[in-house]
Ligand binder design. Structure first.
Ligand code: PGA
Length: 257
């Protein structure tokens, strides 16, 4: 029997929006998802907007996530935020290892692994991002790169031979992020399948059947249904199109009702 994974549509706001815009956006999302079932919705605002976002969310079924965190619980780490602080701000999830963190802020598989371990220890659900660059894809190295990222970013899970089934992975081909260039549904499916097989080989079939793998990179209302029709695509991590209420709601309502 096939395991039914609940789809998730996650909005990564990156470094965008004023407080007033965040409140308005969440209001639109709240109205747009009224009565909707069977899809999890998440937003990841900048740290300074978490309180405002929580206030706007109220008790609506919208998960709140951080976009990053430090692996230590507290200490002399100027400019950093701990997982505990995210929980204090009512976050249930945290995005880790986003390609912008990896390329612009020198994040490595090693630091992502420390963060994944810390988040999991605290009970925060990590959304761990992996993805190849255009050069890596064109050189035919996509799967090697992904394997290295998965092995490295989830090293502690591997060592424990345990990956919590609630863990979420996100495949975000770097060449498709913010470029308007989406991977074709078939290209994405091929990689999602590879990632699920990696989970199966590294852990077990049950975990592989339960872990959700989101696709990210220029997801829009126009391409979401074709992506979601692929058997191993369990949701989307949306950047640009998550900043506008109407387009984000259309993506969330990809099933058309
Ligand atoms: P994009 O960003 O949807 O603007 O391409 C996706 C992401 O970086 O998570």
């Amino acid at each position: 029997m096939m395991f039914q994974r609940t789809p998730m549509i996650a909005g990564n706001w990156k470094m965008n929006l004023r407080h007033s815009e965040a409140t308005a956006l969440i209001k639109t999302i709240r109205q747009g998802i009224e009565g909707l079932e069977g899809v999890e919705v998440l937003v990841a605002p900048p740290f300074t907007h978490l309180a405002v976002a929580r206030e706007a969310i109220g008790d609506a079924p919208i998960f709140l996530a951080g976009q990053n965190m430090h692996w230590e619980m507290s200490g002399a780490f100027t400019g950093e935020i701990s997982g505990r602080m995210l929980q204090g701000a009512t976050c249930t999830h945290v995005i880790l290892g986003h390609s912008e963190r990896r390329t612009l802020f020198n994040e490595t598989n090693e630091t992502v692994d420390l963060k994944v371990r810390s988040a999991t220890f605290l009970g925060l659900i990590p959304i761990v991002c992996v993805g190849e660059t255009l050069e890596e894809r064109e050189a035919g190295n996509t799967f090697d790169v992904l394997k290295t990222q998965l092995d490295g970013s989830l090293r502690n899970f591997k060592a424990d031979q345990l990956m919590r089934p609630s863990t979420i992975l996100a495949y975000e081909p770097v060449w498709a992020i913010g470029t308007g260039r989406t991977a074709t549904p078939e290209q994405a499916q091929e990689v999602h399948r590879f990632i699920r097989e990696w989970i199966e080989t590294t852990f077990n079939t049950g975990t592989a059947a339960q872990v959700r793998i989101l696709y990210g990179g220029s997801v829009k209302p126009e391409n979401i249904s074709d992506l979601m029709a692929q058997p191993d695509i369990d949701g989307a991590l949306v950047g640009g199109a998550s900043l506008k209420g109407d387009s984000f709601v259309q993506i969330i309502r990809y099933k058309g009702h």
